[in-house]
Design a protein around this ligand. Structure first.
Ligand code: SF4
Length: 698
């Protein structure tokens, strides 16, 4: 009952990239309940995570004091370890002792081995200001660009393709523009589960007449609202999209004026796709030629059309090629730069856009200019009054390989959980155990924190002020609603204390001062400041003036490439890294559930969400269960070349035969023990969406 609440605090949901605004209702310094607010991306709506996933900060396992590993306790994910009672493995420490210990270990490795021996993983769950400080600490304090975050595991390939083809990695139009589109393609995404409030906009658009084309190997709930739901063979995206391009070019459905005025490289693309006919590609992608022609015509002949995609596109060894194809479809038809048109990779975490903008990436500085760009780097050297490294740093998976090879010996991990989220966890966990010094900053003793030498108790989202940037490029303000427990501290404060221990002179008094520093270097923040965000709640970047709204649709006149034109990039259909065969006949894909977020660190500690989905499940077609002789709920064994897990089987009539889906949030059946670490060569993203496995009753 809102009448009982002592106060209300406006903030933003901490989970997915939709960025729903919400209001915390607080009494006795605890959140009673949450209501949706009239934000630009949610108009009062919330999904189950935003509405009920607010109590994790009060979980009994919440860290309230710094911890230092006890001598002789081995590092690793120990099934007998109780994260809510960590004193068996760690001892409490004061902040002074923990920070000195953390900094001394990092300093010792730096002094002995030089820059490059340390690496940092930041988090897309942190604010823009925390992301900025984290990458600044790594670049100026560790002396390398070895800083990355989970964008590497979600949309790095999409960003690589977008940067290459249109000069910008962000979306060209918000998902609200779907309301103005005649046709919307949704491919490799499952918005009703992963972007639930965005899914409501797609459903509304469909009701008003927008024709949804859903392309996916799985049948999806959104398919019930679709004009066409087309299932294709897993891993054959490039074949399907090239066949669509073949139809569009061959039937003269291109926007010749747009191509001539705004693009380059079309003739090479046209020649490339000429032999890739629907008949030639159908055996690869499993879609009938007439169906390919129908969807290609529908998209190309629409007055306004958009493409949305998710990690079913990006998490492949050909993820960058997948995105290049989607960009080519939009460029060939002129479906970009106008209302109701555009390219939109649905961003995963609440601040993956902002954390990337703020520079949590090893090869670019904030706002995506390469670390090797001497002129751009000089501006940061002046701002931070220190020389900066010019060599690109290591990505997430490369860092694990470098640890295994002994090149990286120390790490600082803030709010990430690679011991659950990286591919091929046996390899990842062995690497983490090998680190000579690991500093983890988090809310709980996560699986990754079980490898730490020192754990710094951090702040939960409802306990701090900060900005985040959602999938629509809308920068929004989160506000502290409740106090920090015990000795837990704001993340920006911890970063600053550690920086000072490493000899850096940081003097921030509040995140708004960090934001002010970011504005001095990042043109994407022009005309947006903290006071405006407090006043207006959200401002879209880029923003042309202090009294103007930000641009919902970008690139109406030129693309931010050197020539101002967008580029076509032809692609060749390639098989998955690990195709199914007689011994490994089933395709394993991994992802999220509606009720659980990422590795489950927050949602599995949230009472309602954990009650809704308390145990590990794998979903597969009812016919597959029958074939295996299993009843729903029975124990299923899933094995790949890298490992084996056992969990409950769940029937899902939307799943195709020959495929199994496993969420990656359950430590007791960790999906990433099975996944393939093979990387896309451009985005360096692993192939989470295809591993060959075999199933058996357990
Ligand atoms: Fe939070 Fe995303 Fe759900 Fe909105 S759709 S409430 S941002 S998890």
């Amino acid at each position: 009952d809102s009448a009982c609440a002592e106060r209300k605090v406006d903030s933003v949901c901490p989970y997915c990239g939709v960025g729903c605004q919400l209001t915390y209702h607080v009494r006795d310094e605890r959140i009673l309940f949450v209501e949706g607010r009239n934000g630009p991306a949610n108009e009062n709506r919330l999904c189950v995570k935003g509405r009920f996933g607010f109590d994790y900060p009060n979980h009994r396992g919440r860290l309230t004091t710094p911890l230092i590993r006890r001598a002789g306790v081995p590092k690793g994910v120990d099934p007998a370890f109780d994260p809510a009672n960590p004193l068996s493995h760690f001892r409490p420490a004061s902040w002074d002792e923990a920070l000195d210990f953390a900094a001394a270990g990092l300093r010792r490795l730096l002094d002995t081995h030089g820059p490059g021996v340390l690496a940092g993983f930041g988090s897309a769950k942190c604010s823009n200001e925390e992301a900025w400080l984290f990458q600044k600490l790594v670049r100026t304090g560790f002396g390398s660009n070895n800083v990355d975050h989970c964008t590497r595991l979600c949309h790095a390939s999409s960003v690589a393709a977008l940067m290459e083809c249109i000069g910008s990695g962000a979306v060209t139009a918000s998902f609200m523009q779907a309301a103005h589109a005649d046709v919307v393609i949704l491919t490799g995404c499952n918005p009703t589960v992963n972007h639930p409030v965005a899914a409501t906009y797609f459903k509304q658009a469909a009701k008003r007449g927008t024709r949804l084309i859903v392309l996916d190997p799985r049948g999806l709930v959104l398919g019930h609202h679709a004009h066409r739901m087309v299932r294709f063979t897993p891993g054959s995206d490039v074949a399907l999209f090239n066949a669509m391009l073949n139809v569009i070019v061959g039937e003269g459905l291109c926007d010749r004026d747009f191509i001539a005025a705004r693009t380059e490289g079309f003739e090479a693309l046209a020649a490339h796709v000429a032999p890739l006919t629907p008949e030639a590609m159908a055996p690869l992608c499993g879609v009938a030629p007439d169906e390919i022609r129908a969807i290609a015509r529908l998209y190309a002949t629409a007055e306004r059309a958009m493409i949305f995609w998710g990690m079913g596109i990006s998490q492949h060894v050909h993820g960058t090629d997948n995105a290049r194809c989607l960009i080519a479809l939009a460029l060939a038809t002129g479906h970009v730069g106008r209302p109701g048109t555009g390219l939109h990779p649905l961003r995963g975490q609440n601040n993956v856009q902002g954390a990337s903008d703020a520079g949590l990436i090893p090869m670019v500085l904030p706002d995506y200019r390469p670390v090797g760009d001497a002129q751009y780097r000089a501006a940061f050297e002046e701002l931070w009054a220190t020389p900066l490294p010019a060599e690109p740093g290591l990505t997430v998976v490369e860092t694990m390989d470098a640890i295994a090879a002994g090149r990286v010996r120390g790490m600082y991990i803030l709010g990430e959980n690679p011991a659950m989220s990286d591919p091929d966890l046996h390899h990842t966990r062995a690497a983490l155990a090998r680190l000579e010094h690991l500093v983890v900053q988090d809310l709980f003793v996560t699986e990754t924190a079980q490898f730490a030498d020192v754990i710094l108790p951090a702040s939960a989202w409802p306990e701090k002020d900060g900005t985040v940037t959602n999938t629509n490029r809308q920068i929004q303000l989160g506000r502290a609603a409740v106090p920090l427990p015990g000795e837990a501290r704001p993340d920006w404060w911890i970063l600053q204390q550690l920086a000072r221990c490493l000899g850096l002179d940081w003097q921030y008094a509040h995140p708004r001062e960090v934001f002010a520093e970011m504005k001095r270097a990042m043109r994407s923040l022009d005309h947006i400041d903290w006071a405006r965000l407090e006043r207006e709640g959200a401002v879209t970047t880029p923003c042309p003036a202090e009294d103007a709204p930000g641009k919902d649709v970008v690139f109406d006149d030129r693309f931010p490439t050197a020539s101002g034109r967008a580029r076509f990039r032809p692609t060749v259909p390639l098989p998955p890294d690990e195709p199914v065969d007689a011994a490994w006949p089933t395709v394993l894909i991994t992802g999220r559930q509606l009720e659980h977020w990422h590795t489950g660190a927050m949602t599995r500690r949230s009472a309602v969400l954990d009650a809704l989905e308390p145990a590990a499940v794998a979903t597969l077609a009812p016919a597959e269960l029958t074939r295996l002789g299993l009843a729903p709920g029975a124990a299923l064994s899933i094995e790949t070349r890298r490992g084996r897990i056992t969990l409950a089987a769940r029937a899902d009539p939307l799943m195709p035969a020959g495929m199994v889906f496993v969420p990656f949030c359950y430590v007791e059946a960790a999906a990433n023990l099975l996944t393939n670490p093979a990387l896309d060569p451009y985005g360096k993203i692993p192939e989470f969406k295809y591993a060959a496995c075999r199933l058996a009753p357990a």
